[in-house]
Design a protein around this ligand. Sequence first.
Ligand code: ADP
Ligand code: MG
Length: 572
Amino acid sequence: MSSDPQSQNLTDGFHLVIDALKLNGIKTIYGVPGIPITDLGRLAQAEGMRVISFRHEQHAGYAASIAGFLTQKPGICLTVSAPGFLNGLTALAHATTNCFPMILISGSSEREVVDLQQGDYEEMDQLAVAKSVCKSAFRVLHAQDIGIGVARAIRAACSGRPGGVYLDLPAKLFSQVMDAEAGKRSLVKVIDPSPAHIPSPESIARALALLKGAKRPLIILGKGAAYAQADADIRALVETSGIPYLPMSMAKGLLPDNHPLSAGAARSTVLKEADVVMLIGARLNWLLSHGKGKTWGAPGTQKFIHIDIDPKEMDSNIEIAAPVVGDIASAVAALLKGMGNAWTKPSTEWTSSIREKVESNVAKMAPRLQNNNVPMDFHGALGALKRIIAEQPDIILVNEGANTLDFARSIIDIYQPRKRLDVGTWGVMGIGMGYSIAAAIETGKPVLAVEGDSAFGFSGMEIETICRYKLPICIVVFNNGGIYRGTDKNPTGGADVAPTVFVKDARYDKMMEAFGGVGVQATSPDELSRAVKAALASGKPTLINAVIDENAGTESGRIGNLNPQSVVGKKA
Ligand code: ADP
Ligand code: MG
């Protein structure tokens, strides 16, 4: 409880919020101070919480969202009212879309004035605005309800399909006082915030029967499987069943990418040819071409088993032959039990054809990853980083960009669970520095952020935050001078450069030096490799400006098909 000597017998809204969070094992707040929550941050720090102040709420929000993914506890983002709240809202929507538990706590203006629209300082009906992008939204008006409000927010964020929750705390609440003992009694410790959802025995039997009859089965692991922290059982399920698996990008490392059953490098083959596909914590959304079309086999030739905690996810895009509604840990354990010791593994015809495809694709790529070209291309630069992660597999890789994202996802092998954090379901740009900061803080591990130059720009100012907290983060900016490429021209010949082009020969490394971090310019894969190794050895905040050929890179990376292009009157 409060350690303020002037109020031994009293507590207030500020302290009740902090005590409620601490009681529920929440140790860190990510946010930006200001009216009316400045003192909340100060007091939280005084009460032993870690309070990480950012330069922009969006990045504090992304940090909170990935803290939720990494820890299964809601990440907390704290903001001021209206504009600060709105800045945090992108991240709240992102958390909800990605199924990460997060709570956005925002101060707000006085209800009486807001509701009569009388023009308060930063007036906005924040609760109404938040509702459409989160799982649940709550407002607390009385100090004695803070305990229950925080408890509801935690349970809503963590239970079932995790997601973002908004908690609205009007300015007046913070200074409300009440008897300290009564305050303490009003707090609620959430028991079992994410209760197991045991799948029905029938659904498990149906799934096993389908797998048993399969000739060319495939397992797809999604980030829900990574979130579930059922790592040993998931690995056992793949190995006991002998079924090849395909990891979605943030599920890479659940089993090491060089595992003999990994079909990662044979993605297009297995998606087309599998006859039974078991999805574990992965949605059949755009990232899997909605389970249909030319990525997949002919309609009707493939059957799906879908393990997910959200019953509404079943049949979202196509028919699911064996829906398994439950939490992944329970479902995987039940499947393993059902398989027993006498499970017949798929034919070697299927598994060795995949193996051959994987090996030939990997061998085809290998020489390109060894090149030491100047200027660097994506393969040379990422080859260097791939070798570093192979030597130090506990590094957390944060990755965003277009080409930088697509190439890194397929080139850099990941060996441990939850070591690859990226743009997620929306393919959003801007997660880089927020994710890196939270990854360093929540895990204590070194972080390597591989950033397109455009992607880096969204959160670049947070390098000051990284330097301020002296975090072991090494940022590599893949600098090809623009969005997709640095070579577009203004077709009119006018003075403005093309909309996709940045300043030539920009030195992002100098920004890092401005805040006392280490800045390095790297022009070859060898230089890049040396600089990253030095950064990891020193643990000092480092930014490496990796000069990439401005001609390298394609429009929209690998999702050019989603980018409508004019066929009428285009000059270039
Ligand atoms: P990816 O993008 O990697 O394919 P998605 O975000 O599309 O992954 O899917 C993750 C899925 O995992 C969501 O449908 C979510 O409901 C589910 N999920 C998250 N946590 C759990 C859990 N503990 N148990 C079961 N399903 C989960
Ligand atoms: Mg670029």
